[in-house]
Design a protein around this ligand. Structure first.
Ligand code: SAH
Length: 209
C-alpha cells in the first residue's frame, strides 16, 4: 500500500501524464507521501488526488507538485528556493531533493509545527520553515532562484517577484474562481509572464492565522 512498488506506479503515471524531468521523478519517488497525510488516508496517498490536511487545507495532488517543480527547475540544479504555503510540508520535502536550500512559509501555526516535525523525522535538513504571512516573501533571504506558490494569488504579486534572482523563475497559481498557473522569468531586462494550464488551488490568505 505504501511500498516502493506503489511509489513506482505513481512515478510511471507522472511520466505518462507528461512529466519528463528525471530529477523531479526521482524526488517524487524518494519522498514518502503517505507520511504527510492522516493515517486513515494513507492508502490513497499515492493516488493522483489532493487530500485534506485539516484547517480547510489540502496536500496538492502529485501531478501538480511534479509539474510545478519541473517548470521551476527547467533542467537546472536550483540553489535557493522559496515556497509560500508549506501546508503539511510535502512539496518542501520534494523541493529539498532538487535544491540546495529551501525556505518555506506557512500562515497556520499548527500546520507549520507539524511540517517541522515531519521533515525533521525524515532527516531533511536543507529546508527552513517559517511561521509567517508569505505574501511579503522573505526579503532578508532573497534573491531566490525559484519561488513557488502553493496557494492561489488574486494577482501576479509584483512585490514577490522582485525577490527573484536574475535568471530566476517563479511558478504560481493566479485567479479567484478561474485559476491558471503562471510562469514568471526574470532576466536582466525585466520579467516575462507566461500563462499556463488551468488549475485549482486553495486561496492565498492575508496575515497569520
Ligand atoms: N505545499 C503544500 C500545499 C499546501 S496548501 C503541499 O505540499 O501539499 C496551501 C497552503 O498555503 C495552506 O497550508 C495555507 O495555509 C497556506 N497559505 C495560504 N496563504 C498563505 C500566506 N499568505 N502565507 C503563507 N501560507 C499561506
Amino acid at each position: 500500500m505504501t511500498s516502493a512498488r506503489t511509489k513506482l506506479r505513481m512515478v510511471e503515471r507522472l511520466r505518462a501524464q507528461g512529466i519528463q524531468d528525471d530529477a523531479v521523478l526521482a524526488a517524487m519517488f524518494a519522498v514518502p507521501r503517505h507520511l504527510f497525510v492522516d493515517e486513515a488516508l494513507a492508502s490513497r496517498a499515492y493516488d493522483d488526488v489532493s487530500l485534506p490536511i485539516n484547517f480547510n487545507q489540502t496536500i496538492s495532488q502529485p501531478y501538480i507538485v511534479a509539474r510545478m517543480i519541473e517548470i521551476l527547475r527547467n533542467g537546472r540544479q536550483l540553489n535557493k528556493v522559496l515556497e509560500i504555503g508549506t501546508g503539511c510540508g510535502y512539496q518542501a520535502a520534494v523541493l529539498a531533493h532538487v535544491a540546495d536550500s529551501v525556505y518555506s512559509v506557512e500562515r497556520i501555526e499548527p500546520l507549520h509545527l507539524r511540517a517541522k516535525k515531519q521533515l525533521s523525522e525524515l532527516q531533511i535538513h536543507n529546508v527552513t520553515l517559517r511561521y509567517a504571512d508569505g505574501c511579503a516573501g522573505l526579503p532578508e533571504v532573497a534573491p531566490f532562484d525559484g519561488i513557488i506558490m502553493a496557494a492561489a494569488a488574486p494577482t501576479l504579486l509584483p512585490a514577490l517577484r522582485a525577490q527573484l534572482a536574475i535568471g530566476g523563475r517563479m511558478v504560481l497559481p493566479v485567479g479567484m474562481n478561474e485559476q491558471h498557473l503562471y510562469l514568471i522569468e526574470r532576466d536582466v531586462n525585466g520579467y516575462r509572464e507566461t500563462k499556463l494550464e488551468a488549475v485549482k488551488f486553495v486561496p492565498l490568505l492575508m496575515g497569520k492565522a
